[in-house]
Write a protein that binds this ligand. Structure first.
Ligand SMILES: C[S@@+](CC[C@H](N)C(=O)[O-])C[C@H]1O[C@@H](n2cnc3c(N)ncnc32)[C@H](O)[C@@H]1O
Length: 386
């Protein structure tokens, strides 16, 4: 969602540096929204409406000063003109008052109450992970070259085939980008495809495949991949990724709720559409945008997709269901509805830093791997057809 808004909003912003700054301000406002609003409310006699333009501009000004370390006079110079013909004096007074008091933000962003109660005891670690944008993770086309690429890119190794670089690295200028030696993929997002093992030329369906991080992984692991997605626009990114990496997959644009395969598969990866709350470090808009209604709607779609996919396996074939969501309704609750025999994940199938749960599922949280910059929240489970 933030990416879509970004695309629409950036139309009138010339220059890469200005766009990066606008994106950084939006990201910081979304991460620290509750705390920024508390500061604004502490300095106004009458509470500003939630959607008042003065509040919006003050949030941006405070985020620039408190998070992006822009000096107050520069913030005033760029922020107040946004309120020309409006409550400019009010905003000036509020900002100057807070700057004089040298207010600060807490170490960890405060989550909206409903979100904190939804995430329960996991909430503090997730909130801490939201405080900073995440580092850059790369999945390698050839895991045997892990050490070599780690050295070339000055990266740390998270697991065979997966590297981490500091955030802000210019992706298209990094060694190996042009020749397609790697693609950008959060470490947690790389785990579900690992659960299908090597392909040895057998057929895999990547259901809900675009923009294709997991298609690339499956193809690189030797699967003969059919990549299906509803969105032609997102599939065009999958095509670009295949071209850049020199990997291959058959691409199908279709609605998985209507499509039926002509032949069954040895493996299916259903990376279902979800609320994506597990990506809150990168997309902090999900903290404010997702609530029970969005969770219910998507859980309904996930159940239908899982049911359909469970009929498309050859005997002995394996199905992995995955979502980048932190919500049990999309993960733990969802999988109990699948009628196939469970195929619990074994510890030796995953990197030691992310062991499976007692039930043999995968559950990651943004608060895991905290020292190295966290990871997306993912859930995955696996079944094997009789
Ligand atoms: C979580 S994303 C997939 C990410 C992808 N697996 C990857 O690793 O890059 C979910 C995808 O489901 C697709 N989708 C949603 N509803 C669908 C449907 N009814 N049939 C097929 N694809 C659908 C969306 O277009 C979106 O690309």
């Amino acid at each position: 969602m933030l990416d879509q808004a970004d695309h629409a909003a950036m139309g009138g912003v010339p220059g890469l540096a200005d766009r990066a700054l606008a994106r950084a301000i939006a990201g910081e406002v979304l991460r620290w929204l509750v705390d920024l609003d508390a500061l604004i409310d502490s300095a106004t006699r009458q509470k500003l409406a939630g959607d008042a333009k003065a509040r919006m501009v003050l949030r941006m000004m405070l985020a620039q000063w408190l998070r992006l370390e822009t000096p107050p006079h520069a913030v005033i110079g760029t922020g107040l003109p946004l309120l020309d013909g409006g409550p400019r004096r009010l905003a000036h007074g509020v900002f100057s008052n807070l700057a004089r008091q040298k207010v600060t933000l807490p170490d960890v962003p405060t989550l909206p109450e409903a979100v904190a109660s939804r995430w329960g005891e996991r909430a503090p670690a997730i909130a801490a992970a939201i405080a900073r944008p995440p580092p850059l993770d790369l999945a390698l086309r050839d895991a045997a070259e892990t050490e070599q690429w780690a050295e070339r890119l000055s990266a740390i190794v998270l697991a065979p085939g997966h590297l981490r670089l500091p955030r802000g690295a210019p992706v298209t200028e990094l060694a190996g980008y042009k020749e397609g030696a790697w693609w950008v993929q959060d470490f947690a997002a790389s785990l579900p495809a690992r659960l299908l093992g090597p392909g040895e030329g057998k057929r895999a369906l990547d259901l809900c495949a675009a923009p294709g991080g997991k298609t690339l992984q499956l193809a690189a692991a030797g699967w003969q991949v059919t990549a299906l997605d509803l969105s032609e626009k997102r599939l065009s990114r999958l095509r670009e990724n295949l071209t850049r990496t020199g990997l291959q997959a058959e691409i199908v644009q279709a609605d998985a709720l209507k499509w039926t395969p002509e032949e069954k598969f040895d493996a299916i990866l259903l990376d279902a559409p979800c609320t994506a709350t597990g990506t809150c470090r990168r997309h902090p808009d999900v903290i404010h945008r997702i609530g029970p209604k969005q969770i219910d709607d998507v859980a309904d779609l996930q159940a239908k997709l899982l049911d359909r996919a469970s009929h498309w396996l050859k005997p002995g074939g394996r199905l992995v269901y995955a979502v980048c969501s932190l919500e049990p309704e999309e993960g733990e609750h969802q999988v109990v509805g699948c009628m196939l025999p469970a195929d619990p994940i074994k510890p030796e199938e995953l990197p030691a830093t992310v062991p499976p749960t007692a039930k043999g599922w995968l559950r990651t949280d943004p608060g895991m791997l905290a020292e190295q910059g966290g990871m997306d929240g993912f859930f995955a489970a696996r079944w094997r057809a009789d």
